[in-house]
Design a binder for this molecule. Structure first.
Ligand code: PMP
Length: 440
C-alpha cells in the first residue's frame, strides 16, 4: 500500500488508523483528502473545489504566493537561531510592535499558540512572584500539560480531570446563553463580580497568590462570543489591583479579523500587559509570539536563559514580515469589516425565516450562528449543527462548529473571502436549512 504513489481516500483513512493516534479527530462524515490550497479555496484529491469559511490560520490565503516566495527565498540563504545577530528578527519585532499599543514593546518568538501561552504564564508568574490564574469557563489556550490545566474546554470535557487548585474559573460572559443575559442591564457587572469574588478569596493585593487573568478577547472555542463592552476594563482593574497581570490571547482574533480593529482587545478600550499571538501570523507556518512590556520582560531577565530552538528563526521572521505586509497592503482589516457586515446582514435575514437560528453574532470575519431547538429554552441543536456542517461540506463550503455544546457554526474564513463568497455561503445555508424544515 505504501508504494502506491496516490492511495485512495479509503486507503489513506485505513493507513491513518494504523499509523496515527485515534485521538486525532477527522472533520466531516465524509472526510476530505485535501491536496492543494489557493487563497480561500481548498481542493480535494478528485479536483473538487471547496470554499474555505473557517480555517483562519491561512489568514492572507492558502499558499499565498508572496508568503511562499518569502519562505523559499529565505530558506535558500540562511535559517538559524536567535543566538546570532540578525536584522530580520528585529525588523519583525519592530513591525509587530508598531501595530500594538506603545507599552507593548518587547517580543518573544516561539512556534505555536500553546508555547506562546506557556511563555505568557511564565512571564506573569516570574513578574508577580505568584502562581494562581483566573480563566474563563469553556476557554481553550493550548495542548500542553499546563495549557490543559488552564483550559476548561479540555479539563472539564471528556477525558479531563478538572482544574488544579491554582486555576480559578469564572463564568463565560456569554450574553446569549450564559448565566446573565442581554436582557439584564447589570449583566456585565454581575460577570465581573465573579472575578472580584476570586480576588477577595485569594486576597486583594496579596502578591503571594494571584499572577493574573487570561482570556481571548472574543472567546472562540466558547462559541464565537463578544464580551460585554465594559467587562474586560473592569476585570483588568480588579486583577491589577490584586497585583496580577492581564494576558490577552489573540491567537484567533488578531490581525484585523474582527474588522473594526486590528486587535480584539481594542474593541473594549483596554491594553493588556501581555499579548499572545499564533495561528494567522505565520499563515500556516508555525509561529507563535508573545509581546509584553519592558517592565515584565525585565523581571524575566532573572538569569535563566530563554531559548526556543526554532522560535524567531530567519525563515519564520521572513514569513511573519510578509504576512504582516499583506495584511496592511491589502487592507484586510477594512475588507473583513465590509464582507463581515454583508454576511451578518444575510445571516440575520435568514434568522427571520429559520427558527433554528437562535443567535447571529460577531464582527468582521469572526462570526457565529447559534443553532437551537427552541428559541425560548435555547436548547442547543447540536445534532442539527453537525448535519448543517456536513450538508455545507457536501455543497462545497467548509464550516465548523464551536461552543460548549458544539451548536455554534463558526465562520472564520481566510481573509481573501469576498462578497461573492459571502453571498454563496448565506444562500447555501438557506437551502440547507430549508431542506431541513421540509424533512421535519
Ligand atoms: N489559544 C487559542 C485561543 C487557540 O484557539 C489555540 C488553538 N486552537 C491555541 C491557543 C493553541 O494554539 P496551537 O494549536 O498553535 O498550539
Amino acid at each position: 500500500m505504501n508504494n502506491n504513489p496516490s492511495p485512495s481516500k479509503a486507503q489513506t483513512l485505513a493507513s491513518r488508523r494504523q499509523f496515527l493516534s485515534g485521538n486525532l479527530s477527522i472533520a466531516y462524515k465524509n472526510p476530505l483528502k485535501l491536496v492543494r490550497g489557493e487563497m480561500q479555496y481548498l481542493y480535494d484529491d478528485e479536483g473538487r473545489q471547496f470554499l474555505d469559511a473557517y480555517n483562519n490560520v491561512a489568514h492572507v490565503g492558502h499558499c499565498h504566493p508572496r508568503v511562499v516566495k518569502a519562505a523559499q527565498d529565505q530558506m535558500a540563504v540562511l535559517n538559524t537561531n536567535t543566538r546570532y545577530l540578525s536584522d530580520q528578527i528585529i525588523n519583525y519585532a519592530e513591525r509587530l510592535t508598531a501595530t500594538l499599543p506603545g507599552s507593548l514593546n518587547v517580543c518573544f518568538f516561539v512556534n505555536s499558540g500553546s508555547e506562546a501561552n506557556e511563555l505568557a504564564l511564565r512571564l506573569a508568574r516570574t513578574h508577580t512572584g505568584s502562581r494562581d490564574l483566573v480563566v474563563l469557563d469553556h476557554a481553550y489556550h493550548g495542548n500542553t500539560t499546563t495549557m490543559i490545566d488552564i483550559s476548561p474546554y479540555k479539563h472539564d470535557g471528556p477525558g479531563g480531570s478538572g482544574p488544579p487548585a491554582w486555576v480559578h474559573k469564572v463564568p463565560l460572559p456569554d450574553l446569549y446563553r450564559g448565566l446573565y443575559r442581554a436582557e439584564d442591564e447589570q449583566a456585565s457587572e454581575k460577570y465581573v463580580s465573579h472575578v472580584s469574588e476570586v480576588v477577595e478569596r485569594i486576597g486583594r493585593g496579596n502578591r503571594d497568590n494571584l499572577c493574573g487573568f487570561i482570556a481571548e478577547s472574543l472567546p472562540s472555542v466558547g462559541g464565537q462570543i463578544e464580551l460585554p463592552e465594559s467587562y474586560l476594563g473592569a476585570v483588568y482593574r480588579e486583577i491589577r489591583a490584586a497585583g496580577g497581570v492581564c494576558i490577552a490571547d489573540e491567537v484567533q482574533t488578531g490581525y484585523g479579523r474582527i474588522g473594526k480593529h486590528f486587535w480584539g482587545f481594542e474593541s473594549y478600550g483596554v491594553t493588556p500587559d501581555i499579548v499572545v499571538l499564533g495561528k494567522p501570523i505565520g499563515n500556516g507556518h508555525p509561529i507563535g509570539a508573545v509581546v509584553t512590556t519592558r517592565e515584565i520582560a525585565s523581571s524575566f531577565e532573572n538569569g535563566m536563559e530563554f531559548f526556543s530552538t526554532f522560535g524567531g528563526n530567519n525563515v519564520s521572521c521572513a514569513i511573519g514580515v510578509e504576512v504582516l505586509n499583506l495584511v496592511l497592503e491589502e487592507e484586510l482589516e477594512s475588507h473583513a469589516m465590509a464582507v463581515g457586515d454583508l454576511m451578518l446582514a444575510g445571516l440575520r435575514e435568514l434568522m427571520s425565516r429559520h427558527e433554528i437560528m437562535g443567535d447571529v453574532r460577531g464582527s468582521g470575519m469572526f462570526l457565529g450562528v447559534e443553532l437551537v431547538k427552541n428559541r425560548d429554552t435555547r436548547e442547543p441543536a447540536t445534532a442539527k449543527a453537525d448535519a448543517v456542517v456536513n450538508g455545507m461540506r457536501d455543497s462545497g463550503i467548509l464550516l465548523g462548529t464551536d461552543g460548549p455544546f458544539h451548536n455554534v457554526l463558526k465562520i472564520r474564513p481566510p481573509m481573501p473571502f469576498n462578497r461573492t463568497d459571502a453571498d454563496r455561503l448565506v444562500s447555501t445555508l438557506d437551502e440547507i436549512l430549508c431542506a431541513f424544515s421540509v424533512s421535519l
